[in-house]
Design a protein around this ligand. Structure first.
Ligand code: WQD
Length: 329
């Protein structure tokens, strides 16, 4: 297949491009490099052993999307491109809706117009809101706690309704849990602009001495050690989930959780990082972060049953590869 990967130079996108090339697919990357780097594209080619086509542009721009579909014979789309900071989305909701939702509308419309039958969407466990754990795909979704979350939910609805109206259009919604880690080569990984919001890149910068100490947000949650529990998944496992989704696409809308299925606390992740990498992570407890949930993790059994996919890499591999990438920067 010739796959259009929007946001292909980003963290999850880049690992997915490598996995696509390894699986024998061709790749067209569309990226505006707003939170990614140009040299990632060469690294993808090096790791995947083949070249990709790069289109620098914004998929929330109608002309860019029109030209992408007119100038390339696309068989499927994986749509990653989007803004992803929860606090930034609270401050700039319209920017988030424009980028994250308008792009979905334009890409879905272009697929219908050009007869492109497969669309895989990068969604998030945030669409479950405050719900019982483990999260299961058939659960009723709750109002997300941020504009960022609302853009994911809105995109899910737009795609589901489009698939219902267009026979043959196959939509797959992938709800990610917490992707961390990096390609074992250390060539691609998570390198956010500015001070990281997310836990793993914060830890690696503390380990490197770029930040002084980790703030652990909350130690009084109803969890075994009082700190927040999440379902961390190695980004290479997540990338492989997209290949499985694309290859099992069928008309209508399919929804899959991509997680490991188990919960790990902040302190457990810090402990694993220190033990595996032999580096100390100074930390202090701080108040809970507004909007954070105490604990959630996936029921990932549907993806295993229907896609033959499950997460293979454990927490030790995740923290090893995250540190290897940081040291390589
Ligand atoms: C994980 C745990 C924090 C930073 C968010 C979005 C979600 C998704 C991924 C992506 C929590 C704790 C964190 C720190 C800490 N979106 N923590 N100190 O909050 O599960 O998910 O990012 O694109 O939609 O909501 O991930 O990595 O921020 O936090 O103690 O400096 O680490 O409280 O328990 P989260 P996270």
């Amino acid at each position: 297949m010739n796959v259009l990967v929007t946001g292909g130079a980003g963290y999850i996108g880049s690992h997915t491009c490598v996995a696509l090339l390894e699986a024998g697919h061709s790749v067209v990357i569309a990226d505006n490099f707003s939170n990614s780097r140009r040299d990632t594209v060469e690294r993808i080619e090096r790791l995947g052993g083949r070249s990709v086509k790069l289109v620098e542009g914004d998929v929330a721009d109608e002309r860019t999307v029109r030209e992408l579909f007119e100038q390339n014979a696309i068989d499927g789309v994986i749509h990653f491109a989007g803004l992803k900071s929860v606090p930034e989305s609270v401050a700039q909701p319209l920017r988030y809706y424009r980028n994250n939702v308008f792009s979905t509308v334009l890409l879905a419309a272009a697929c219908i117009e050009h007869g492109v039958g497969k669309f895989v969407f990068s969604s998030s466990a945030t669409v479950y809101g405050s719900n019982d754990v483990p999260y299961r795909e058939e659960m009723e979704l709750r109002t997300p706690t941020s504009p960022y979350g609302s853009t994911k939910l809105a995109s899910e609805r737009i795609l589901t309704e489009t698939a219902a109206s267009a026979p043959g259009f196959a939509v797959t919604l992938l709800r990610y849990f917490n992707p961390i880690g990096a390609h074992p080569s250390g060539l691609i990984g998570d390198d956010p602009n500015g001070v990281p919001n997310n836990l793993m890149p914060y830890i690696t910068r503390v380990a490197r001495g770029k930040l002084e100490k980790l703030k652990v947000y909350g130690n009084d949650y109803p969890t075994p050690d009082g700190t927040g529990v999440r379902d961390y998944i190695h980004v290479c496992d997540l990338a492989e989930g997209h290949i499985a989704a694309l290859e099992h696409a069928r008309p209508g809308t399919q929804v899959y959780n991509l997680g490991s299925g188990s919960g790990v606390s902040v302190l457990e992740l810090v402990e694993a990082f220190e033990r595996v990498n032999g580096v100390k992570i100074p930390y202090e407890f701080a108040p809970r972060r507004p909007g954070d949930l105490p604990a959630y993790y996936a029921d990932a059994s549907r993806a295993e049953r229907e896609l033959g996919w499950s997460a293979k890499r454990g927490v030790d591999e995740m923290v090893r590869d995250a540190w290897n990438f940081e040291r390589n920067l």
